[in-house]
Write a protein that binds this ligand. Structure first.
Ligand code: FNR
Length: 379
């Protein structure tokens, strides 16, 4: 309402109103090495582009005589009632996208302001306890990159529980980094590393394995981190993962129905359908195209979705295809780049306002009204 009323009053917005505008503004604000990290994807970036284009192959069919004057976008998820189905996907190295290096905290403040949940990445410039403290009443979820050292994994999860995170999201598709030509061309890895190790260097289990405190010997901390970062888990590890926490456990990166069924049988609480925004593997299907089969295989479990969402209409389409909640990555990172907490807040509010208005105009006043029948395949 606020954004719309400002428009009616003739107030010129401080930030652009479209994804293209956020991207352009962030491109102007961020150094090339940071941009290559945020904007880039795997290989020829065909999966990344296909993720976005996939939304154009679905069209919403408007309904009339609905009287959608009031909309209800609220959603129940893992015992929480969220004001909307939008969430911020986990993004590592957010620190580097903010002028003062505190991008994780700035993002958490935007979550606090908007009520849009944040999934905090393991790879942050500030420890998860500090991120959680900025979230206010808004729920945060903790995303775990499972280290090879089980004791370290357990410690990270314990800390997340103590900090008040409401769920653990285990990312399965990134135990190793994909082939990312833009990162390789700009050799930005040493720069990124300086903004993503806080959860490790603040961890007692991690610190105990170092020859000296990371403050005094940062190089050994980096070497240790490289050693423990990624665990190529197998199905045999799922019972252990499940046993790590009594919080809701969500697995991120599932795109194959068979994987979804096995995860479900293994006792997870939620499925997160995503191809990491096309950052990990090129030559893949768009995430949106696998969503219906994932939803079917999830058989009633909540399905979180991301990859390629660029506007409110995309949020609505993903919901109609069965997503319980819809995440964005790059859109809010560009918001952070263009204007810190204010920029992220602007992006989230714009996405929500567009989705809400679209549901009004198209006559789908609640999330329950958004079913596959609201859509028609275009091509
Ligand atoms: C990510 N993503 C990600 N995922 C995750 O589980 N842990 C992480 O640390 C990161 N880091 C990360 C950094 C950057 C710069 C981006 C853009 C993305 C993936 C993220 O959670 C999400 O799956 C995608 O961003 C969704 O695609 P879009 O919205 O960027 O198209």
């Amino acid at each position: 309402d606020e954004i719309y009323l400002d428009g009616l009053r003739g107030v010129v917005p401080a930030f652009p109103m479209t994804y293209a505008g956020w991207e352009a503004r962030a491109h102007a604000a961020l150094p090339p090495s940071v941009l290559s990290y945020v904007a880039g994807g795997a290989g020829g970036e065909r999966t990344q582009e296909a993720n976005v284009r996939a939304f154009d192959r679905w069209g919403l069919i408007p309904r009339m005589f609905v009287g959608a004057a009031r909309r209800d976008l609220s959603v129940d998820l893992f015992g929480m009632t969220l004001p909307s189905p939008l969430f911020m996907a986990p993004v590592g190295v957010l620190g580097i996208c903010a002028q003062d290096g505190r991008g994780d905290l700035a993002t958490a403040r935007a979550a606090a302001r908007t009520g849009v949940p944040m999934i905090a990445s393991t790879l942050s410039a500030d420890p998860m306890e500090s991120v959680a403290a900025e979230l206010g009443e808004t729920p945060g979820l903790f995303q775990l990159y499972t280290p090879t050292d089980r004791a370290l994994a357990e410690s990270l999860v314990r800390r997340a529980e103590k900090s008040g995170f409401k769920a653990i999201v285990v990312t399965m598709d990134t135990w190793i980094t994909g082939w990312r030509p833009r990162d390789l061309s700009t050799s930005n890895f040493p720069q990124l590393r300086g903004h993503c190790l806080a959860n490790y260097t603040s961890d007692p289990v991690f610190r105990a394995q170092l020859p000296a405190a990371p403050e005094r010997d940062p190089q050994s901390a980096v070497m240790k981190w490289v050693q423990v970062f990624g665990n190529p888990l197998t199905w045999d590890d799922l019972p252990w993962l499940r046993s790590l926490t009594s919080l809701p456990l969500i697995v991120k990166g599932l795109c194959h129905p068979e994987d979804v069924r096995r995860a479900r049988d293994g006792g997870v609480d939620g499925i997160y359908c995503s191809n990491h925004g096309g950052r990990q593997a090129d030559g893949g299907l768009p995430a949106l195209d696998v969503l219906p089969a994932v939803v079917e295989a999830a058989d009633g479990l909540p399905v979180l979705f991301d990859s390629g969402v660029r506007g409110g209409a995309d949020v609505v389409k993903a919901l109609a295809l069965g997503a319980t909640a819809v995440g964005v990555g790059r859109p809010y990172v560009y918001g952070l780049g263009m204007g810190g907490t204010d920029g992220v807040t602007h992006v989230l509010r714009s996405l929500l306002a567009e989705a809400d208005l679209l549901m009004a105009v198209d006559g789908y006043p609640t999330l329950a009204d958004l079913t596959p029948e609201a859509l028609q395949r275009v091509l």
